[in-house]
Write a new protein. Structure first.
Length: 495
């Protein structure tokens, strides 16, 4: 029987402002949409944190036995730095800066994004659609919104009419708890807003200026789609008019997700999403990590150690462990101390884990492994509480140590249960990479260990007067660029 039938999963829903029992629309199946990256530059560690939170949520839902359709898009067009100014198209700006075609920018940073995800052991989403691959769907939705009186064309652009929406009693601002009159008072007067009826109307379609190279034909002339509409188009296409979970960082709550709610309700007459999930921010020096302020670090800089912020490189596993020691709805401030503490903690956990095959079984158990196992589920069932889960995993490690030193006893079955529960949660759910060494050694150190092992084997070969083997080791290492030097103190090597 599927695990989810025995577990009661609670999810905090931004829309209701409370945790409630999660029930999917179709029993056993879940549709989840997460806003993907805007691929005009490298993803920073803050972006990685948000995507990692959803990676773990995806992993846990799969672990529970749900069939999950997980859609995470790639925003490769239409994301303006502000809604009113077409010159602020991120892709067009970046392509000028790097002297590349906008689609070269998209390719370059999509490749980087996927490389980062591989490095940090992410599961791929089940569908990864792009905005540019769904221009037709966006044009169709725009036309539908015009036809139903929720949108209007102005000077080749099409805007969503927020006031018309509210007049129909549909409550713009319900997700982010904003009052439309306050919004009206606080909106700046930006270039291009004169074509809008109201400042908070947002673009569904933007007319392309002659210099704007990313452009498509539409019933309103050449232009490009609005950012908010792409997510509505892709989520509706792959998950339906109403689906289970929609996620993203909490900075996307307004306006992006608020606009998605409005578009969905205007198009279909009902709310597009049952559970809205928002992740909290990664900060550095107490400030939100962000490209625009320069307060950021790239994931690979943390892994290679090429940065001025951390004292040493950290393995991807340690970054993952550090991130998951905070709940996804809490702020996490990344620091050298936090990373060092995570490394120590993870190594300690793995040292105990590695003792498991050596444990001696007894006839009786003095520890209650079944209830410990349920505590692990309870942690994740409580709105994916990874820090509590990790505390439980340390409790499991403590059990191993107690049995190892003879202070407690476990039966063969309980040792097996402890082992499967620990590996399920560590590797399948939290996504720690089982094949990585842990935190102590990086690749260079591992290679050093391998060469030292070969030096030792060569020494033994010589002691056995097997000079053919000892020469083979020396010569083959040399072809790899590793030179052995025999000296008084023994054999050393250089690369
Ligand atoms: P973007 O490519 O800017 O749309 O961002 C991709 C995702 O990363 C979005 O869900 C953002 O909310 C999220 N994000 C951006 N900055 C941070 C941060 N400092 N911490 C956590 N998530 C972030
Ligand atoms: Zn989105």
């Amino acid at each position: 029987m599927e695990l989810y039938k025995n577990q009661s999963l609670q999810i905090y829903n931004t829309l209701s402002g409370e945790k409630s029992t999660f029930t999917p629309i179709h029993d056993g199946n879940i549709g989840m949409y997460v806003c993907g990256p805007t691929v005009y530059s490298n993803v920073h560690l803050g972006n990685v944190r948000t995507f990692m939170s959803f990676d773990v949520i995806f992993r846990y839902l799969l672990h529970l036995g749900y069939k999950v359709r997980y859609v995470r898009n790639i925003t490769d067009a239409g994301h303006l730095t502000d809604d009113g100014d077409v010159d602020n198209d991120r892709f067009v700006k970046q392509s000028r800066l790097e002297k590349l075609e906008p689609m070269e920018i998209v390719q370059k940073y999509s490749v980087d994004f996927h490389k980062v995800l591989d490095t940090f052991n992410f599961l791929p989403p089940t569908i990864e659609p792009t905005a540019t691959g769904h221009i037709l769907e966006q044009i169709e939705l725009t036309q539908k919104l015009i036809d139903t009186g929720f949108a209007y064309e102005s000077n080749g652009s099409v805007y969503f009419d927020v006031f018309a929406y509210n007049e129909k009693g549909l409550n713009y601002g319900e997700l982010s708890n904003r009052n439309i009159d306050e919004l009206f008072a606080n909106t700046r007067d930006l270039d291009g807003q004169s074509e809008k009826k109201n400042p908070q109307d947002f673009a569904l379609w933007k007319k392309a200026s002659p210099a704007h190279i990313m452009r498509w034909n539409s019933p309103w002339g050449e232009g490009f789609p609005g950012w908010h509409l792409e997510c509505t188009a892709m989520s509706t296409k792959y998950l339906g008019e109403t689906f289970d979970i929609h996620g993203g960082g909490m900075d996307l709550k307004f306006p992006h997700h608020e606009c998605e709610v409005a578009q969905g309700k205007a198009c279909n007459g009902h709310s597009p999403v049952n559970y809205w999930m928002h992740t909290n921010m990664l900060t550095m020096n107490g400030l939100r990590m962000s490209k625009s302020t320069g307060n950021y670090i790239l994931p690979m800089e943390l892994v290679t150690g090429e940065n001025n912020f951390f004292e040493k490189p950290f393995e991807p596993n340690i970054v993952r462990f550090c991130f998951l020691q905070a709940h996804y709805r809490s702020v996490l401030d990344i620091s050298n101390d936090a990373m060092v503490a995570s490394e120590k903690g993870y190594n300690r956990l793995m040292e105990s884990y590695k003792l498991l095959p050596m444990l001696k079984a007894s006839n009786t158990s003095s520890l209650d492994i079944a209830s410990w196992k349920q505590s692990c589920y309870n942690a994740m069932n409580d709105d994916f509480n990874t820090p509590i889960l990790i505390a439980q995993l340390f409790e499991g490690a403590r059990y191993i140590n107690l049995v190892n030193d003879g202070t407690a006893t476990l039966t063969t079955d309980d040792i097996k249960l402890l082992e499967t529960t620990l590996s399920n949660f560590l590797f399948d759910v939290l996504g720690m990479n089982n094949t990585a060494s842990g935190g102590t050694s990086n690749t260079t150190e591992k290679l050093k260990g391998v060469v030292e092992l070969l030096i030792e084997m060569r020494k033994q070969a010589r002691a056995n007067r097997d000079f053919a083997l000892s020469d083979q080791i020396r010569d083959q290492l040399l072809t790899l660029g590793i030179q052995l030097k025999d000296g008084k103190e023994g054999t050393t090597f250089s690369v």
